[in-house]
Design a protein around this ligand. Structure first.
Ligand code: HEC
Ligand code: HEC
Length: 217
């Protein structure tokens, strides 16, 4: 079913339910992150918003703990290149060298995601969308890409979303819903179409569900 509905999304990248792999430019000449150097950089700059261990306490800032290193690098490069834009993060990313990006990504990816609170009122609708999508508009379940536990897929640059702050997830999905793309690559276009197929009420329900997905890998 996931494949059929994904087809309705018009997503060629979803061949056999697999997204395009890590972009070639990313795989080639990749720097090896140094966790200790990453920790120092995080303590000096990033911790103020993302927490010392990547578990932000203010829910407008995403948790980065346990996120795939390649995905963190990909997003920092997107901010640097202007594919993704944010008044705070675009400036933060601009200050980082490629080596620092690899270092902070290595550090955050090795931290453990803190569990998020479960919002029982929203769980039923959120769970249904997570697992089955919204067939009426051709949206496949989130789990078809993000996995049944929300752990994502490192090799395909699909992010971990389990335990992420609901407020941040609402921010992201609402941005896509309103047409603010993260660039025009296949993954960005895919993410945009997910946001555009969800209603505002569905966005709130799915965000609450994702926050409470306290998956242990
Ligand atoms: C003043 C607050 C602040 C600081 C300091 C900060 N960030 Fe952020 N960060 C944000 C906000 C806000 C977002 C969400 C941006 C958006 O909504 O697109 C974000 C998003 C991110 C993302 C994208 C996460 C995702 O799940 O897509 C990464 C990666 C990131 N920050 C890394 C860093 C790193 C590395 C540093 C330190 C060099 C840092 N940030 C410093 C506020 C901050
Ligand atoms: C067809 C595959 C696919 C489906 C289905 C899908 N996603 Fe995603 N999602 C992705 C990819 C790929 C990205 C990364 C986008 C990028 O790199 O620009 C992403 C990114 C995200 C992010 C941003 C994470 C971050 O912090 O950077 C959130 C939140 C998210 N998806 C939530 C959802 C939810 C909720 C659903 C179900 C309603 C869903 N996704 C369905 C593939 C998918």
């Amino acid at each position: 079913m996931a494949m059929g509905t994904a087809g309705q999304l018009g997503l060629a990248v979803l061949a056999a339910c697999g997204l395009a792999g890590v972009p070639a430019a990313h795989a080639a000449g990749k720097r090896v992150g140094n966790v200790d150097a990453g920790r120092s950089e995080v303590m000096m700059v990033c911790a103020a918003c993302h927490g010392t261990d990547g578990n932000s306490t203010d829910p407008q800032y995403p948790k980065l703990a346990g996120q795939h290193a390649d995905y963190i690098e990909h997003q920092l490069e997107s901010f640097q290149k202007g594919r993704r834009s944010n008044s705070i993060m675009s400036g933060m990313a601009a200050m980082l060298s490629q080596q620092q990006i690899a270092d902070v990504a290595a550090y955050f990816s090795q931290q453990k995601t803190a569990p998020g609170p479960v919002d029982t009122d929203q769980v039923a609708l959120g769970k249904s969308i997570y697992e089955h999508g919204v067939p009426a508009v051709g949206l496949p379940g989130c789990q078809s890409c993000h996995g049944p536990k929300g752990l994502g897929d490192a090799a395909k640059l699909v992010p971990r979303i389990a335990g992420q702050h609901a407020q941040y997830v609402v921010q992201v999905l609402t941005g896509w819903h309103n047409g603010q793309a993260w660039g025009d690559g296949p993954h960005a276009r895919l993410a945009l179409s997910v946001g555009q197929k969800l209603s505002v009420a569905q966005i709130h329900a799915i965000a609450a569900y994702v926050q409470g997905l306290n998956a242990v890998p």
